[in-house]
Design a protein around this ligand. Sequence first.
Ligand code: ADP
Ligand code: MG
Length: 680
Amino acid sequence: MDLNKDVKYIKGVGPSRVQLLNKLGIFTLKDLITYYPRTYEDRSRPKSIAECINGDEVLIEAIACGRLSDVRLRGKTMQRLLVRDETGSCTITWFNQSYLKNKFEVGKKYKFYGKITNNFGKITMTSPTFDEDEKNFNTGKIIPIYPLTYQLSQNVLRRIMEGGLAEVEGKLEETLPDYLLKEYNLEGINEATKHIHFPDKFEDFDIARKRLVFEELLSTQLALLELKNSYLNDEKGIRFDKNVKMSDVINKLPFKLTKAQIRVLEEIDNNMESEKPMNQLLQGDVGSGKTVVAMCAAYKAVKCGYQAAIMAPTAILASQHLENFQDILQELDIKCELLISGISKKKKEELLERLACGDIDILIGTHAIIEENVIFKNLGLVVTDEQHRFGVKQRTRIAEKGKNPDVLVMTATPIPRTLALILYGDLDISIIDELPPNRKKVETFAVHKNMTERINAFIEKQIQEGRQAYIVCPLVEENEELDLKSVEKLYETYQKEVFPQYKVEYIHGKMRPKEKEDIMERFKLGKIDILISTTVIEVGVDVPNSNIMVIENAERFGLAQLHQLRGRVGRGDYQSYCILKYEGKSETVKERMKVMCHTNDGFIISEKDLELRGSGDFFGTMQHGLPEFKIANLFEDMPILKSVQSAAVKILQDDPKLEEEKNILLKNLVKDKFMKRIEI
Ligand code: ADP
Ligand code: MG
């Protein structure tokens, strides 16, 4: 039996179905049997007709009382069949299914599974699937429902799956070592594969799923930890000079560093001086002062004779970093330049030339830095800011521009340790858990949408006192066109109807970088009173005079994201406000708003976000950072993830390179992950 065999050789798969399967990402037998159901329908337990409740999807067992009759209805043909059990009768209907004509015999028993309508005692079932009494093709068992099947019907895919499973039944080689199966009480691969698709009872499914989730999470976790070990053991990195002191730049700063910043800098300094390549994650809440930490590290790299690259997710943010860096570093004779996609061709060429000959010390930019033609003379340090936008792959690509440069990854999305381990398992973690002194807490209010007038009056009062405001548009699902519409509409309302006397502007992700920068610059200079924005302002922009932020339809955002947005205000000396306008009355919405009003601590918020998560909100802010799991779900499977993590640590302590006989299978799993270059 060959798991890599093309699906076209599987029973029931003809040329047209091959194409449909390919569309689902199913090319081989292995792909097929690991295409897991999205959910299941329990068609195993019959109900009597009298028990059926309006709207239920149920299985009934009933006798055909008459022939199937055709009824013409508005151009369609409806098939109708009257059935009965001991408790009552039910009319079954289908549309345009003339092939059913001779399927039913009067007086014979059938099983029907479908949706019940109970209209004042008149019971009907529409378009059910059915079986003859003794048969169990479509009913009589728990039926898997597969995700996104395009033109393949569930029934057809199920048949194909049955064919595929029949080929492998009892023949799959175990993928987890025996000792783990025993220790964690996991089912064997053969039973698990069978039961994940066709469980006889739901307990079977639970047991099967646990095993498959365990395996998927374990292989990811081991791969990440191995990656980390390989940085540590195999490759030599740069040993930055002990005699270059970060204190030289620290003394130039206009403020005193916090204890947390100092501690983190010591960790980074040590790692830079060691021969191991540094791979460090720096977590710190919005406003905790991560930029200056990056600057100190870059300073050290440059004074040791290397170049540094700072990569930010947006052009606005990159420009802001450039400004901050230049303020301090120019005096220290360090040359910083900006590389974003908006700059002219000529300027870019010149810049790339200077970079290649070492005339530029620190290059700050966006994704543009990753491009192939960007060549450094000797890149020693890579900093990526707001990491949730970059994946392992991108991180590796930029690091490849140097010879094992040190890497510092900064993120303002505080995540609980368990998740950090699976999302950033290849990195060492440092945390800034303290804000600079004298930060005023941003007062946060959650108000229902019908309070709009009072909110506007409040904004007006602040503007009269010389402040500025952000208004954040409702989040529109990953659709920039709609985003644009919503920001323009909001702009019209505010500029024309609400605040014609003030200068209102808007900004969104689709604008050219130059345009965005221009607007941000004017906002910074106070030439704009109210800035309407999509979430492009989420990351890092610093405008101290802006002390009020209104978030429209706050219920659509994840808590972590609201927290990020809120971090844009409260950066100056003024008392700042964040107003969450929400719609809806659900308890979860209220609870979420309450969390935002009561705490400013990013870690607490992210824990709560996990707990109260609506539809995967938490990862809304980390879109690209999320590994794709076939079966695991990081929320529901938190308990499994925890046991996987302790297992992974133990396994690698015992056998760091997975060389022992008993771990051969694990080695294979990890290799498999690396072949796919770890989609994390
Ligand atoms: P983030 O961690 O969100 O990137 P920033 O690095 O942008 O935060 O810092 C936020 C603001 O706090 C900046 O204006 C920065 O100059 C200032 N800042 C950073 N560290 C300190 C400190 N130790 N004392 C006072 N202000 C600081
Ligand atoms: Mg920042």
